[in-house]
Every structure is written in C-alpha cells, then in structure tokens.
Design a protein around this ligand. Structure first.
Ligand code: BGC
Length: 797
C-alpha cells in the first residue's frame, strides 16, 4: 500500500459492500460504486450508480398511514461485463476456484484495477484483469477494460456487456420496507453494430437518464471480428459477443459508456446526446490519458502532503479523492448540493444536511467556484425556506434539516431502530441550526474570495432572510429581560424533548442561540457592506425597515444562554437537571455504546433522561469560533467569558459524548488541537479510520461519511496550521502535533495561490505570480504584507 493506492489482496464477501464504497468512482456529476463488473445486487454486492441531484419521491403505506420519501435514485448499472467459456458458467468469484485476487484503487489517477486468476469446474484456468474509470474531464463518460487470458485451455467464449435498468433502491437494509422502484423503462436499442442504448425515467420527477455503450474486442491490438447477438428486454439491453480463445492468448475487451440526463444543459434530448457521444468517442487508452490528466490538474490544487507520509497520508488522500468525486468542477453548471453520504450509497437518501459546514471549507480554499455552486443550490430554494418559516409561524427563511430536489423538508417522520424493530418518532427537523451553517458558509466564502457580486446578488438575501427568521423565532422573556429560542433540537440528536414531555423540542440550546446571535451580527454587517443602491433595493424588496433592524440589534444583545456558576454552558435549559449516566455499567454490558439511543430505546428507556450526547453540541461553538470571537460574542450578550471557559466545557462535554456521529471526533480533535496535541492527534487518527475501517459497524457500505472525511482534511488544513480569516488578514498560528514533521498545501485566497509549508520550526508562504493585490498575512502577533511572486518565512520556535 503506497500512499496513493488502496490495495486488497483477498476476496472477502462480507467486505464487498464496504469496498464498493471505498473504491467507488465518480466525477461530481455521477458516481458508481466500485462493484465488480460481473456483480448483480445480492447479499454480497450492490452495484449502484447515482447522478448528482437525481431524486425521485415515492409513497409507502406503513400500517394505516402513508409515508413519502424522496431518494437519490439508483440508476441503470452500466458496469455489467462478464464472460463464460461455451458450456461453462458465467464467471463468479463466489462460486469458488479463486487462485489469486488483487484489487487496487489508484487515487492519483482515479482508476480501479482488479486481477483475478481462477480455475473453473472443468479445470480451465483463466486470468482476468479489469480496470475502469469515471472520466473526471469529460463527465458524461466512463470506461471499462477487461483482459482475458486462457492459461491452460482453448475454446469458444461468450462475453456479455449490458446496460441494466431493472434496478431498484435496495442499498439500505432498514429502508427495505419502503417503496423502492423509481425507474420506468422507456427505450432500448442498438446504435450501430457495436453499440447498445438504454433510456429510463424516474416515475415522479420524470428525470430521463440515457446510457449508450460501445463494446469492442481486440487481439494483439487489432479489432477482433466477433459474432454479436443483441438481447433487448424491458429496461435491459445487452450485447453478446462470441469468439474463440486460444491457450496462452490474451484478448482485451473495451466498454465505453456515455451517460446523460434530461436535466443536462446544452443538449437537445438526453438519448440523442448519449448516442452521439458514443459515436464520437475514442479508444480506451486515449480516454484513460485525458482522465489521468484531469485528475493531475485537480491534485495539483488539492493535494495535502504530510511528512512522514504513512497511513495518515493515504487516508487523507482517500478522503480528498472521495470529496472530489462527490463534488467537483463538473457541477459548475448544475443545480446540486452535496449529500452527506456522497454519491456512494443510499443512506440518508442522498439528502443534504448541515454537514456542508464540515465539507465546504476545503472546497472554499481550493475550488471556490464549487462552493459558489453549492451555495446557489441553497439560494434557489430560498422560497421554499420562506414557506417553511411561515409554516412554523415565523418570518424570513428556515432551510430544511434534510434537503433534496426542491428544498422542502425531507426529514422522515419516523425511523427504524434496527435493534428493537420499532419505528420511532423522528424530530430531527427541529434542528433549525442548519440555517446558521448556511450563513457561516456564505460568510467564509466571501471572506476567502471577496466575491462581492455573489454577496450582493445572492448571499445578502440569504443572510438577511435567515437573520429575520432567528429574530422572529426568538421570544422575549420580560422576567429575565432576555430573548429565548424555544422548542428546537441542537446538533446532539440524543435529546429531542424533556423527560416525560408530551411535546418534542428543547429550550435555549446554547449552540442554536449563539449561532442566531452571530447570524444577526453578520446581517447587520451585510447592511453596512452593501452599496447604497443594492441595500436600498434589497430592503425595499424584503420590506426590511429601520424598526426591524433595531429589533435584530436588540435580539443580538439579549439572547439567553444558560451558564452555571462553574462556567459550564448548559447544552440547553434544563440539561443540568438530567441524571448522570452509568457509563461504566453500559460499557461493560454492551461494549460498543456509540449508538446509545438505540440501546436505550430497546430497553424502554431514552437518552433524554441523561447527560449523554451523541455528538459535539456546545463544543461546536469552540470548533467554529476562536476564543477571541467567542469572548466578544459573550461580551455582546453581557455574559462573562473566562480564560478557562473553553477548557472547562471541553472537559465536561467530552466525557459525556458517545461519538455516535462521525462528525463528533472531528470537533473534539479540533478543540484540543492547541491544548492537548497528543489527544487531538489520537482523535484525528480515529476520525481518519471512520470509513476505511468502517468503525460504525457496517454503515459505510451505505455511503461515505463525507462530513467526517472532509473534516479530517480540514483539521490538517486549518486547525493544525491555525489558519483563520480575520477581516483583512489571513492569519496563521501553526501548532503541529509531534507526529507530523511538516504539512505542505496550496490554497487560494483573494486572487492569490499560496503555497504553504508548515514544519515544527517554520512557516513559509509563497505567492505564485498573479494579478492580485498584496494581502496581509498574520503570523502569531505580526502582520506581513505578501505580494505576488513573493514569499515569507517565519521561525516558529
Ligand atoms: C448526525 C447529523 C448529521 C447526519 C448526516 C447524523 O448521524 O447526527 O449531525 O448531519 O448524520 O451526516
């Protein structure tokens, strides 16, 4: 295993689902799980192909009520390519006879290779090598190459290459009771002698998806004349090719596939586009080369180089790789968001959550156009967010906890506890804090890029409408002379109500309240920053007047936080009254207790009664804000913020958190980055293992945890380098863990490309040649001016 390749040297049926996800190939536009070309969905394999934004809604009858769910749809399987000697069985590694097995994902080039040697029942030994790619440069293309060598036999062979539209969404076991047939067949056919073609559509959203495939066979580099037979069934088309294979000889099969949807721009009809693309396509090698070049361009900007380059380096690259396969410059003209579980599986139905808070910082500093596109996904759904706010009796805009095609709230109303088999009320849509994450991302984007057009045209309206929501959601408590936000949930999903309460919701969640204050402050800033003309027209259009702005100011100074005499910030009002939990007892009884919610529910109990959190909640504040920023927010509210406030709260809450979400370790590692470097590193390393080692016991096969993947990268990128945007200055305060000698990366900042090297002793920042004006770089207490083509080095010890 070099630090660019993920290698498996065995075939383990129980690991296939996980490996399919870790070896998935995509380009931001579409992504296919790394399933073996001969595999069909069964209890070992789950080939799945997903296109960004490809959603469809279905209704299921559960008992006497109906549930509607919108899913990211599993699209026709284009990989299907298999063979058999005449009279033999189709190749199937599960049938036994494997002599050697090797699978390798090349992260640098985006290629998945598999080499298999096997002996069939008739003692024929065959070597089969396949490699495939989903093109990063031409996002409508994918290519698969398979070489077959008859080691000790000769005879006729049949190869089958298919496009299979008879697929359903069956990737997540606990959704299996729900409706899952999203596709209806439309058309199958041949384009020419070597080509097959399939068109399907989703049955409610009517997104048409077309695929065309060209299959050719070569011997010694020359096309082989083969007999062909086409099979056409509803939703399925295959090309069967027969030829003779001679002992010791290798033939090469190429399958090139194009994929278009009716949502694509610049086409007439997706079927036509797919067919035309395949008619014009080059050979596998040429496609391979341009694909590798596209990846090289991306890596030039996005790689982060660690010294020493051990396992951490490999996993960090794996995380960057999957981030770029889920969202990349290929989405720039699309209307898509970034799903929490990537385009790698069906968990959370491909929905978009607040996880963007963890995902966007990496993109903003390297591919800011991608961030802009993802923020526009939110902007286009502002009207739905306004409607959502109206439904909640508020004003402004309230973005949904889970978002899909049109921005309506997609959170389910009930979810299954697989441990007890019970369907449980799901109140996660009370997590209004997703609104604040959107403002945070807009603000960071503008700070990094100075894209004032974006702020003026889109960002400002989102910020003002979200601020308006918070101000209207906050009610004044005259006794306390404070504003309060009632009946919400914080990030910790273990608490959705008070013990014994009929109604769901908690009051004065500290994270929510303080984020609301921060959003109101940014809204006030925006009104200051906008040019007079834009400010006036926006205020007129939003009917935003002086009185309302004064109210925002008031709310932003009098929001309530519940803080005890020891300086512990209560996760929510009343948290302090909950029982302490018997951690030792439960660890002894159950071992793994990260999903304590499921354990307790199955026992007829609930985490609502205890001081236990699924994930960081109060500590999110220390993750997002520096101590200076926090202290100024506290000061604004008239609360005292002591030097020890951070360490006391970190200590208090870390003990009471189960890390039931992969996001949690990211936050914990981050908040310890300065105060306890060894522990921070340990948590970082654990977070790195989230998916590669599937530490949540089987959830990765349902999709990557993109927030955790991107979060680990961001820990290196920002936490350990101490990188922060402070108004006009890009600030650094490096603090590498002992285990790291150096970190090298490139970031984009206000028109500059900056190469940054941090070691234990020094920091060097070099600005490449550019058109941009000099920028202020702060290192600890000093500010330097850095112009293009210049570099600065600062000693750190
Ligand atoms: C976490 C949420 C997260 C969601 C999607 C849940 O398990 O608790 O914070 O947004 O997963 O990743």
């Amino acid at each position: 295993m070099t630090n660019w390749t993920l290698v498996y040297n065995d075939f383990v049926p129980s690991q296939e689902g996980l490996r399919e996800v870790l070896c998935a190939l995509g380009n931001g536009y579409f992504c296919s799980r790394g399933a073996a070309p001969e595999a069909k969905a069964d209890n070992v394999h789950y080939p799945g192909t997903y296109v960004a934004g490809g959603y469809n809604r279905l209704i299921t009858k559960l008992g006497d009520h109906e549930v509607a769910n919108e899913d990211l749809v599993n699209l026709p399987n284009w990989l299907c390519l298999t063979f058999r000697p005449e009279g033999g069985d189709w190749f199937n590694p599960q049938a036994g006879g494997l002599l050697a097995y090797h699978q390798e994902l090349d992260l640098k080039r985006g290629v998945l290779t598999r080499r298999v040697r096997f002996r069939d029942k008739a003692d024929r030994e065959t070597t089969l090598t396949s490699r495939h790619l989903v093109h990063m440069g031409n996002h409508h293309l994918a290519a698969l190459e398979m070489s077959l060598t008859a080691e000790n036999w000769s005879g006729p062979v049949l190869v089958q290459s298919a496009l299979d539209g008879n697929v359903i969404n069956a990737g997540v076991e606990r959704y299996r009771e729900l409706s899952s047939s999203h596709l209806e067949p439309m058309e199958t056919g041949e384009v020419g002698a070597d080509w097959i073609y399939l068109r399907v559509q989703t049955n409610l959203s009517h997104i048409q998806v077309a695929q065309a495939a060209r299959t050719q066979i070569f011997r010694n580099g020359e096309p082989l004349i083969v007999a062909r037979n086409k099979i056409e069934e509803e939703g399925y088309v295959a090309d069967e090719l027969s030829f003779d294979l001679v002992r010791g000889e290798t033939v090469r099969i190429e399958k090139i596939v194009s994929l278009y949807t009716s949502r694509d721009h610049g086409i007439s009809e997706c079927g036509l586009a797919a067919r035309e693309a395949i008619l014009r396509v080059e050979c596998f090698d040429a496609i391979f080369n341009t694909h590798v070049q596209a990846w090289a361009r991306l890596w030039r900007r996005c790689d982060i180089v660690l010294e020493p380059a051990g396992r951490e380096q490999l996993i960090l690259r794996l995380h960057i790789f999957h981030l770029l396969q889920t969202t990349s410059p290929n989405i720039l003209d699309l209307d898509v968001g970034v799903p929490a579980r990537g385009l790698h599986g069906e968990a959370y139905r491909g929905h978009i959550f607040w996880d963007e808070l963890f995902i966007l910082p990496f993109l903003t500093l390297r591919l800011p156009d991608v961030t802009r596109t993802l923020l526009l996904y939110r902007f286009r759904r502002l009207n739905e967010a306004r409607w959502n706010a109206v439904q909640a009796g508020c004003r402004g805009a309230m973005f949904p906890w889970q978002s899909g095609s049109d921005g309506q709230e997609e959170s389910q109303l009930v979810h299954l506890n697989p441990r007890s088999g019970h369907w449980i009320e799901d109140n996660s849509s009370l997590q209004k804090h997703v609104n604040a994450a959107i403002v945070y991302n807009v603000w960071q984007y503008v700070q990094v890029t100075m894209d004032m057009d974006f702020l003026s045209l889109y960002g400002a309206e989102m910020i003002l409408e979200i601020a308006r929501f918070w101000a209207s959601a906050a009610s004044y408590n005259p006794k306390l002379e404070r504003y309060e936000i009632l009946r919400v949930m914080g990030p910790d999903e273990y608490h959705d109500r008070y013990p014994d309460a009929e109604e769901a919701g908690l009051n004065n969640n500290a994270y929510t309240n303080l984020m609301a204050v921060w959003v109101l402050c940014r809204a006030l800033d925006v009104l200051d920053i906008l040019d007079e003309e834009r400010r006036q027209s926006l205020c007129e259009r939003l009917d935003l007047g002086a009185e309302e702005i004064d109210h925002w100011e008031d709310v932003s100074r009098k929001m309530r936080l519940v803080i005890d005499d020891d300086g512990i910030i209560s996760q929510f009002e009343g948290y302090e009254d909950l029982d302490e939990f018997d951690w030792e007892g439960y660890r002894q009884k159950y071992g793994d207790i990260h999903r304590l919610d499921r354990i307790l529910e199955a026992e007829g109990d609930t985490p609502n009664c205890y001081k236990v959190s699924k994930q960081a909640d109060v500590l999110m504040l220390m993750y997002l804000f520096s101590s200076e920023e926090l202290s100024s927010l506290f000061e604004r509210l008239g609360y005292s913020f002591e030097h020890e406030t951070i360490s006391k709260n970190v200590d208090y809450y870390m003990k009471r958190t189960t890390q039931g979400s992969t996001l949690s370790r990211i936050v914990h590692s981050w908040v310890l980055a300065r105060s306890d470097r060894a522990r921070s590193w340990k948590l970082f390393c654990e977070a790195l293992e989230s998916d590669i080692a599937d530490i949540q016991g089987g959830t990765t096969s349902e999709g990557i945890h993109l927030g955790a993947m991107a979060g680990t990268v961001d820990i290196i990128q920002r936490a350990y380098t101490g990188l922060e945007m402070r108004e006009t200055t890009l600030h650094f305060n490096p603090c590498l863990p002992d285990e790291l000698k150096s970190v090298r990366q490139k970031i984009g900042y206000r028109g500059h490309w900056l190469d940054i090297e941090v070691t234990q002793d020094h920091l060097t920042i070099s600005a490449a040649k550019s058109w941009a004006s000099p920028v202020e770089i702060g290192v600890r207490d000093e500010v330097h001016i850095l112009a293009q083509s210049e570099s600065i080095t600062v000693q750190l010890r």
